[in-house]
Design a protein around this ligand. Structure first.
Ligand code: WQD
Length: 342
């Protein structure tokens, strides 16, 4: 029998790519989103890629009754939780908004999951939990560090809530995936990242500068202790990242887990500097970017990249797409947005 996966925040950047991969792998996907941080562009793109409509249920995951209603209506075998606020700076200015939304929504999902006979919960965590790690690359055993922002703290706290829920409620099994820096877009250019206002993240800022929406890209810091003085990150292709979710969901549903709560790093294992990324973008897309050095951005770690060995061994997953392919896809998406007038 086909298995059903509920994707909270399924109309967003990561959620839409995961939805496509799950549907293509044969799962029934229910998308639930309250469109607080996105419009229907990605949802329409998902339907176009798949050639059919998927159920889309407008849902506020902070509304417990609405979450229970979803669990009653659909035979949910697994839930993937993306519905969360994610702007680091805003979370510092409005911590209660972040704690209320990001934590309450997850509590409601776990409450509904624990009352089922069995429910698998996948939490979208982040490499932000490692902070400025002493030893690189980081493995899943690398100690977490106190978060530098309320946003980061919601990731740490939700990991702990999932761990404790799995320990207490026999119905609940859980996996946390710690993403490094997801970038790019679907190769069809029909879904991608759609930041509201001025982008916080590097790649949307690059593509928006290249298309002329932004005058100049600021590269934050040129005096870091790295080869070219800019920060090092593990940029992971969004389609590769989405495929990791299919592996994790099938591991849970097929009863392959070695422990009831598991954690995996989802990265490439390959550090790339901010300048290298900019130069590669220019080279593979044949465009010239207007950029300048600017002071360091508060809160940035110098370097972080994954040891993705555990994901390869246990999930049978590894990143496959090159940074060149990813940046070509990111640029194609930005051009698609220009064509459709966004
Ligand atoms: C990458 C590098 C910047 C913008 C954040 C979250 C993390 C995760 C992904 C989110 C840094 C530099 C950036 C710009 C720049 N999850 N940069 N100019 O900070 O590594 O990770 O996003 O939802 O939890 O913390 O990603 O893309 O913002 O920055 O020079 O205009 O690019 O300083 O070195 P980050 P990022």
């Amino acid at each position: 029998m086909k298995k059903t996966v509920l994707v909270s925040g399924g109309a967003g950047f990561i959620g839409s790519h995961v939805t496509v991969e799950l549907a293509q792998a044969g799962y029934d996907v229910v998308i639930a989103d309250n469109f607080s941080n996105c419009d229907e562009t990605n949802y329409r793109g998902v339907c176009k890629i798949l050639g059919r409509e998927l159920p889309l249920i407008p849902t506020d995951f902070c509304d417990k009754a609405a979450v229970y209603a979803l669990f009653e209506k659909y035979p949910i075998d697994a839930v993937i939780h993306f519905a969360a606020f994610k702007a680091v700076g805003e979370s510092v200015a409005e911590p209660l908004k972040y704690y209320r939304n990001n934590i309450l929504s997850f509590l409601n999902i776990l409450d509904a999951a624990k009352d089922k006979e069995r429910c698998n919960v996948l939490f979208s965590s982040s490499a932000t939990v490692y902070g400025e790690a002493e030893d690189l690359p980081v493995t899943e055993k690398t100690p977490r560090q106190p978060a530098k922002s309320p946003y980061g703290n919601t990731k740490t706290v939700c990991e702990d809530i999932l761990r404790d829920s799995v320990a207490a409620y026999p119905a609940v099994k859980g996996i946390a995936l710690r993403y490094f820096n997801p970038i790019g877009a679907h190769p069809t250019a029909l879904i991608g990242e759609l930041p509201r206002g001025v982008p916080n993240n590097l790649v949307p800022f690059i593509t928006q500068t290249a298309i002329g929406k932004r005058a100049c890209l600021s590269v934050f810091g040129n005096d870091y202790p790295t080869e070219d003085g800019t920060c090092l990150r593990d940029f992971i292709d969004i389609v590769d990242l989405a495929k990791a979710h299919v592996c994790a969901v099938s591991r849970m549903i097929d009863g392959q887990m070695k422990q009831d709560y598991e954690i995996f790093n989802i990265g490439t294992g390959r550090p790339v500097s901010v300048l290298e990324l900019i130069n590669t973008f220019e080279r593979v897309n044949g465009v010239k970017l207007n950029w300048k050095f600017a002071p360091r951005r508060p809160g940035d770690v110098v370097a972080i990249w994954a040891d993705p060995t555990l994901a390869e061994q246990e999930l049978g997953w590894k990143a496959e797409r090159s940074v060149e392919q990813t940046l070509i896809a990111a640029w194609a998406w930005e051009k698609h947005l220009a064509e459709i007038g966004i």
